[in-house]
Every structure is written in structure tokens, then in C-alpha cells.
Design a protein around this ligand. Structure first.
Ligand code: FES
Length: 658
């Protein structure tokens, strides 16, 4: 019998009980705790893909014997209390392990844009021209005198009534035809998919009766972190509803590299494809239920995502995206049928994925450039999408240059000791008193804090710097004489919230290592657009407008982003937040099929600058590794602010801070 009193087990086997789910699994001694949890069907979040880099797969070993590999993410005090990283711990005997329930960490992110507010920023008169057209037909039933077969009879009517000369059709539609025609006395609605020629179409659905008063399509943004689905009425081009959720692939790692590594294990690619398709299907079910739309009546899907997300969604090998010379399998995926992917709309519905520029500038950025209309403007525009990667586009109607810089996931809360996603319980904004160094903060959902999300980290970095808690290099000034600054197990740290204020009674801190991670992330992004601007012989002052896109962009406080040197020091009216431009681009191509060739033109026009091959990138990056930058003349408003703060403190305390 096992020590846990569960049931007899074989030699060399261990029984692991997972709490609070009560799931039990028998595994071989030496099995990774993470694998044991997965086999038992217990979800453990693994933002770094199980490589011991993020410290987020922490579980509690309540009883039993395990062996932990050393990790900077666990303190001795935590180990003494039973904490273990699931990806760095193997089982040695029977054990009881507590895993934080998934619901707590997987709340759906808030939807960024209410459906009724969705509007295209494109200022032109493009004709709305969906690929799908529905026609109601009353078909003459066959007789002995006219025994034309069902399909030809339908084709005859389509030609007579709507001038469609050629109609192609697939077997699943043919199989359903006899029933659909006869169910309602030879009255049917056909769904036709056009491809630029009004006389040729593909028959993708035949429904009995008159269903021509509605026509549905969906636009999908597949983000590495979140998936957004817009339900669109193709007759009016209106977005009637939208839904969002975390991408189910999150369990396989937070960033694209972790996902690619996961996809190379066994049937990892199929698993990842299944995870994101399930996320999309769940959102479709939610939207269908809320709007009384039957999913088989959705006849088209347009998807925009980065190159890795697009590959994984389509089940294409993503391995070579991360291997030099970083070549994707395709930048222009073919249109596939929903049934091939397992998406639960009309099986014959076409699924169109946006073209990409290369491995690290994907369809989401092409969709962003399309929906922002920067490819039509005369003004020199900088488009920035900040996420795990920073993707940047510079240009105007005449030319477009692009690059991608690996900012790392710091601004998404990963790789930072008390970082977390932007969900209730996350500190989203921080202010630090310049005299007492005491912080005040705002928490999402007005709950006791649990950690700090990206916007909170950005604001913390700016406040720590401006208040003089850290210096230009990000070093914490140990001599300030406040209990907020102390030396912890991982070096110097600043206490943002004391244990007594927090949800799980631990001090929420920012360590010097966290601060360095954040500085490295902002430096990579700033260096990216500096190199891009310099590469065409311009300066930052020549940039007339800056478009900020993406989920994190929504939370960027422009003032604080300038203070830390993440964004260039420019008048605020040059910055414009555009929202989820990837989803907007997908929507644009859904309601207007001509936009697909425009997307192709944009992708072809974007010249990609490989930063790793550009010598000036390292210089720019090194210069940007300071707050806000080594070149203070590029940040005049920050220089003024620091000067004013210093003068004020000299007056009040008789000392200099900066
Ligand atoms: Fe275990 Fe990242 S440290 S998943």
C-alpha cells in the first residue's frame, strides 16, 4: 500500500495526489512533477515553457519526497515551506502537491473595445465587398420531362437569376444538397464565395428556406497571449459582438520561442494547434449563444497573427522560425476550409490568414499597417506594437521599413519576481512620494494586490527613477534610509506592498534584477526604432506621428514611457493609440475582399531590417541601457523634470537626490 493509502502500486512507482482537485496519478520515480501534473490532467502555468526561467510554475509540496534543482526563483524560506518549481522538480516517492487552481490565474482578459465602438480608422471610400454572397432561390422541382439532376438544376438557377456562369462545389455540399432542396419545397438559400470574378463562385452552403436576411463572418486576432473574435454581419459590415480569452497555448509557454520548442516535442504541433482552435471555438460558441447565431451559418473567417501563431494555427512546422537564418515555411498561407482546421463554423467556410513579412514581422503587423492606413499617409509615421516582441514599422505612402526587437516578456510581467498578467489583483499604477519614498498604488479590480502587471512595472520604473530611489543605471540607492529599500535574498529591492496588504501575504517587491530586465526590454525597443530611423538617414525629430498598437499599448502611460526612455521625447499629441489593429485589419479584409490584395502589396512593400545583422543596433542598445538614455539632449522634458525635482528636494531636505 502506498504511504497515501490510495491503492497498491508497482515497484519504482510513486503516487502523487494533486490538491485541491483530488486528482491522483501513479508515475515512475524520477518523473518531472510538471509531467506528472499534466498526465493527471492538472494544469500548471509554464510561461517559459518549462525551462526554469520564469519561476511561475510554483507548487506546494505538502507531503512526500521530491528533488529540486537549484533555482534563483526559489528562496530557502520558500523551499522550507514546501515550494517547488514543477518544471525543476522530480518525484522521489509518494507525495501530496497543491497546485493553485487554474481559475485564479486564468480570468478572461477584459475586452479592449466594445463592439459598438469598433470603427475603421481608414479614411477612404473603399467599397465594402465581402467574398460571401447569399442568394435565395425558388427552384423548379424535377419532372419526368425535366429530370435534370439536383446540382445542375441549382447551377441553372444561379446562372439565370444571378448571372453566375461557373459554380464549383465540394463533395460535402453535394452530399447535403438533396435534403436541403426538398426540405422546404425547393426553396433554398445558397452561400457563394467569390474570388474577384462576379461570374465565378464556389458554392459553400445550401440551406433550406429563405436565410438571405443574415450573413455572418468572423475576424480573429490570434495573439500569443490573447485571442479576440469579432462577429460581423457581412450584409451591413457591422461588428455585432466581440469576445476574448487567453490563448489556450499559454499552458505551453508565454512566448513564441517556448511554443516553438513545445511544438517540436512528440505531437506538440498538433497539441498546440488543438489548443488555439479550442480557444477560438469556445469564443465562437459564446458569441453564437449570445447573438442567436448558429455556427454553421458563419461562412467566412479572417485571421491575423504573428508568424509563429499563424503557423501553429494552421498546423505548419514552425521550427525554422527560430533557427538561423529564421525562415518561415510560408509568408502567404493558402486559404483553407474550416473543417480542415477543426473550426466549428460552416465546414466549407474559407479561412484566410494574413500574409507576413518574415519570421518576426507577421500578419498581425501587416493587418495593423492596413487598418491604421499608415501606408496611405504623407506623414512620416512610426508604428509600434509592444508585446513580448517589439515590432516597429516606419514609413508613409512612399515606403515602409520594419524591424522586430526581442524585448522579452518583462513588460508582460514575466521574468520579474512579482510580475503578473493584467488581471484583477494586479497593481497597474504606482506613485512614489519624492520625499518619503512611500508608494501608493492602484490595483485592478480594487482587490488586495497579488503582483504587478506591465503597466504597473512601467509606472514603477518611472517613479523609482524620478523620485531618486534608483539611479540612471537602475541601481537602487541603498543609503536612502527608508524601510522600503532593503537587501533581500536576491540583492537590493524596493518594497511596493507589505505582506499585510497583499492577497497571499508576501511582500511585493521590485528587485534590482527586475529593474535591469525592464531596462533591457525598454532599451531593445528604443534601439529598434532608433536604428530604423537612422537607417533611412532621418532623425527621431523627423517622425511626425507615432501609432501605438497592441494590448500592452493600451496601458502605456505616454508620460511615464518617455520618462524611462521607452518612447521618444516628443509632444504628446504626436502619439496615438490605435487599439487592436491586428483585429481591425482582419475585420477590414473580411468586409472588403479587395483588402487582401492591398495586404499583399503592403507585405511586399515592407523592407525588413534584421537588427542582429546591423552593427549599429548594439551601440544604440547600449546607449539606451540607462534611464532615460545616455543622451539626455534627446530627452529634454525628462531633463527638466529631474532638474525641478532635484531643486524641490534641495529646498525641502537640503540634499541632492539626482
Ligand atoms: Fe517552470 Fe518557468 S520556471 S515554467
Amino acid at each position: 500500500m502506498s504511504d497515501l493509502g490510495v491503492k497498491a502500486k508497482r515497484d519504482g512507482q510513486c503516487i502523487i495526489v494533486f490538491k485541491p482537485s483530488g486528482k491522483i496519478i501513479e508515475v515512475e520515480q524520477g518523473t518531472l512533477l510538471l509531467d506528472a501534473a499534466r498526465r493527471a490532467g492538472v494544469e500548471v502555468i509554464t510561461p517559459c515553457g518549462g525551462f526554469g526561467r520564469c519561476g511561475r510554475c510554483k507548487v506546494q509540496v505538502e507531503m512526500g519526497e521530491v528533488a529540486r534543482r537549484q533555482s534563483a526563483h526559489l528562496t530557502q524560506a520558500e523551499i522550507d515551506k514546501g515550494s517547488a518549481l514543477a518544471c525543476m522538480t522530480v518525484v522521489k516517492g509518494d507525495a501530496i502537491v497543491y497546485v493553485e487552481p487554474k481559475e485564479k490565474v486564468k480570468l478572461a482578459p477584459p475586452l479592449e473595445t466594445a463592439a459598438e465602438k469598433i470603427a475603421l480608422p481608414i479614411a477612404c471610400e473603399w467599397q465594402r465587398n465581402p467574398r460571401i454572397r447569399k442568394y435565395y432561390l425558388e427552384v423548379e422541382p424535377p419532372t419526368l420531362a425535366d429530370a435534370t439532376n439536383d446540382l445542375d438544376r441549382l447551377r441553372r438557377e444561379l446562372k439565370l437569376q444571378h448571372g453566375v456562369e461557373k459554380v464549383s462545389v465540394s463533395l460535402p455540399v453535394v452530399k447535403n444538397l438533396a435534403t436541403a432542396l426538398r426540405q422546404d419545397g425547393w426553396k433554398v438559400t445558397t452561400a457563394l464565395e467569390y474570388d474577384g470574378d462576379d461570374q465565378q463562385a464556389r458554392l459553400i452552403g445550401v440551406l433550406s428556406g429563405d436565410r438571405s436576411s443574415t450573413s455572418w463572418g468572423v475576424a480573429v486576432d490570434i495573439g500569443t497571449t490573447t485571442v479576440v473574435v469579432y462577429l460581423v454581419d457581412l450584409l451591413t459590415s457591422k461588428v455585432v459582438d466581440a469576445a476574448t480569452a487567453y490563448n489556450g497555448q499559454i499552458n505551453a509557454g508565454d512566448d513564441v520561442i517556448s511554443r516553438i520548442i513545445y511544438s517540436q516535442r512528440g505531437d506538440g504541433l498538433a497539441q498546440l494547434q488543438g489548443m488555439v482552435v479550442k480557444t477560438i471555438n469556445d469564443l465562437l460558441i459564446e458569441l453564437g449563444g449570445r447573438n442567436r447565431v448558429k455556427l454553421p451559418e458563419i461562412n467566412e473567417m479572417v485571421v491575423a497573427g504573428n508568424t509563429t501563431m499563424t503557423h501553429l494555427f494552421l498546423g505548419i512546422n514552425a521550427k525554422y522560425i527560430r533557427e538561423e537564418p529564421y525562415v518561415p515555411v510560408t509568408t502567404h498561407p493558402p486559404v483553407v476550409r474550416a473543417a480542415e482546421l477543426g473550426v466549428r463554423i460552416n465546414h466549407e467556410a474559407g479561412v484566410y490568414a494574413f500574409p507576413s513579412v518574415g519570421s518576426y514581422v507577421g500578419g498581425d503587423i501587416v493587418a495593423g499597417v492596413l487598418s491604421s492606413a499608415m501606408f496611405q499617409t504623407d506623414k512620416l509615421t512610426l508604428f509600434i506594437d509592444v508585446g513580448t516582441n517589439g515590432e516597429i514599422v516606419l514609413g508613409s505612402a512612399d515606403w515602409l521599413m520594419t524591424c522586430a526587437c526581442s524585448a522579452g516578456p518583462a513588460f508582460e510581467g514575466a521574468g520579474v519576481r512579482d510580475g503578473m498578467r493584467a488581471i484583477p489583483g494586479a497593481i497597474e499604477e504606482i506613485w512614489i512620494n519624492t520625499e518619503s519614498f512611500e508608494p501608493t498604488y492602484r490595483v485592478m479590480g480594487n482587490l488586495p494586490p497579488q503582483g504587478i502587471c506591465g503597466s504597473g512595472l512601467l509606472s514603477a520604473l518611472a517613479e523609482l527613477f524620478v523620485s531618486g530611489v534608483i539611479d540612471k543605471g537602475g541601481r537602487i540607492r541603498r543609503e536612502l534610509g527608508t524601510p522600503r529599500v532593503r537587501v533581500g535574498e536576491h540583492g537590493a529591492e524596493y518594497v511596493v506592498a507589505w505582506a499585510s496588504e497583499t492577497q497571499d501575504e508576501h511582500d511585493i517587491v521590485l528587485t534590482e534584477a527586475d529593474i535591469n530586465n525592464l531596462i533591457r526590454a525598454k532599451a531593445a525597443i528604443y534601439a529598434g526604432f532608433s536604428v530604423l530611423v537612422n537607417s533611412v538617414g532621418l532623425t527621431m525629430a523627423d517622425v511626425e506621428q507615432i501609432y501605438i498598437a497592441g494590448g500592452f499599448g493600451r496601458h502605456i502611460n505616454i508620460e511615464k514611457a518617455i520618462q524611462i526612455g521607452l518612447l521618444p521625447d516628443m509632444p504628446w499629441d504626436r502619439f496615438k493609440y490605435l487599439g487592436n489593429t491586428s483585429a481591425l485589419g482582419a475585420y477590414t479584409a473580411l468586409v472588403c475582399q479587395d483588402m487582401r490584395s492591398v495586404a499583399d502589396e503592403i507585405a511586399a512593400k515592407m523592407t525588413y531590417l534584421e537588427l542582429s545583422a546591423d552593427n549599429s543596433f548594439m551601440n544604440e542598445y547600449t546607449s539606451a541601457l540607462f534611464l532615460p538614455h545616455t543622451d539626455m539632449t534627446a530627452f529634454p522634458t525628462v531633463a527638466d523634470l529631474l532638474e525641478n525635482t532635484r531643486e524641490k528636494l534641495v529646498l525641502t531636505r537640503g540634499s541632492s537626490v539626482v
